[in-house]
Design a protein around this ligand. Structure first.
Ligand SMILES: [Zn+2]
Length: 71
């Protein structure tokens, strides 16, 4: 009977961990992140985050500078 309870607790912990991991995994690996109202975008070349209004958009990708965008 005690084993049954222990097993139940282990099962519940595993279920809890599974859902916790799952819910964490669901959060999208955002290519952009919000910072104080400004949208930060990742440079496709050097992976630096820049404010989207300063970013250079080329072929649907963001770049931090003309050098990275190869303009
Ligand atoms: Zn760059």
């Amino acid at each position: 009977m005690v084993f049954k309870i222990v097993f139940l607790i282990i099962a519940l912990v595993l279920v809890y961990l599974f859902f916790f991991k799952l819910s964490r995994g669901e959060t999208p690996k955002a290519k952009s992140k919000k910072l104080e109202g400004e949208i930060m975008v990742e440079c496709a070349a050097c992976k630096t985050f820049v404010v989207d209004k300063d970013a250079i958009i080329k072929d649907g990708q963001f770049f931090c500078s003309k050098e990275c965008a190869k303009l």
